[in-house]
Design a binder for this molecule. Sequence first.
Ligand SMILES: *Cc1c(COP(=O)(O)O)cnc(C)c1O
Length: 399
Amino acid sequence: MTAMLSSTQMRRLPPKPPRSAHDLAAPILLSPPHLTGREKAAVAASLASGWLAPAGPTPRAFEAAFAEATGFAHVLGVASGTAALTLAFRVLEIGPGDEVWVPGFTFIASIAPAVQLGARPRFLDVCPGSWTLDAALLAAELRAAARQGRLPKAVVAVDIYGQCAALHEIAPLCAGYGVAVISDSAEGLGATQAGLPAGRGALLAAFSFNGNKIITAGGGGALASDDALLIARARALADQAKSPAPHYEHETTGYSFGLSSLLAAVGLAQLSKLADRVARRRAIFARYQEALEDLPGLAFMPEAAWGRSSRWLSALLIDPAGFGMDADGLRRVLAAGGIETRPAFKPLHMQPVFRDAPRVGGKVAEALFAKGLCLPSGSGMAPAAQHRVIRAIRAAARG
Ligand SMILES: *Cc1c(COP(=O)(O)O)cnc(C)c1O
């Protein structure tokens, strides 16, 4: 195309960033896996060792490395983040008659395992300044519940899009009522709160290594705690709750939730690059903000005063009055250009499955859903690809 233009015509064109065939054609995904180059050798070594299943040295080595990275004394590697949450609810003996409180603005896996165990969810609103559980609202609701004798068995604090929940407030608050805190840190790995790694301060913290998370094991998760007994119990439940005996002996029923050696090998390779992945995601967020913040009607996800976000996903709010189209309109325009984005979470209290569940507030979560969009944020995204996203958003704003 450029070859057909005279040099004068070319000079009139606006400067363009370098392009490659890849830049023009390839779809840009929301948050695809980012390989380190070490995974292949790690999996090959695992295969050569003969250890493939959730046993042997590699899952244990991954657990030790993960404990080191997160500051927890005890870690159990499992098959998914949802499995880790299931075990958290099980070891706290959550069941019929119990309430579990959770922010409405989250992924369903934050609460689904508790519901499957028979617990009733209660959805609390989030803060506009962090998009995470509103600690002041939680304080008021705990006070009211204590008066009425209906305290929850557990509160799930959730890290959102790489931003940690305010555990430095939530954990002491819940401790005052004897309520356990579980941190769903599936989206928080690599972020900090009050100077501590994601999940610290909670009794139990769950992490995910799903393909779209900040690091991936090709699937997998972890449950972490400083309480050795809780993790020992979770470890037994994750392997079918076998009592010590040469035959199979069971005093309760468990799960087949182990982390396979092959996935643990991938996880170990990925974990070695965690700090780099956080730095890259933060740089991607900063570039979007710098390139787009002059556009009317856009507001980027704020960073809470209490922590340093990993910016796992670059999220922003779109006010249609200022921007000229709403979040879903922009999502569709970008999708037509091969750019994948995702709407902000539809609040759980708006989900058909939870239509009868009690809620406390919810207007903030509803506004985030109405206006929120997550942009492509993969740590392996090339600058040219991000530039393509930025150009497409600027073009949509003008149109
Ligand atoms: C990804 C995610 C999970 C579930 O993790 P899986 O490994 O996919 O089971 C749970 N909670 C939140 C907030 C998540 O983003």
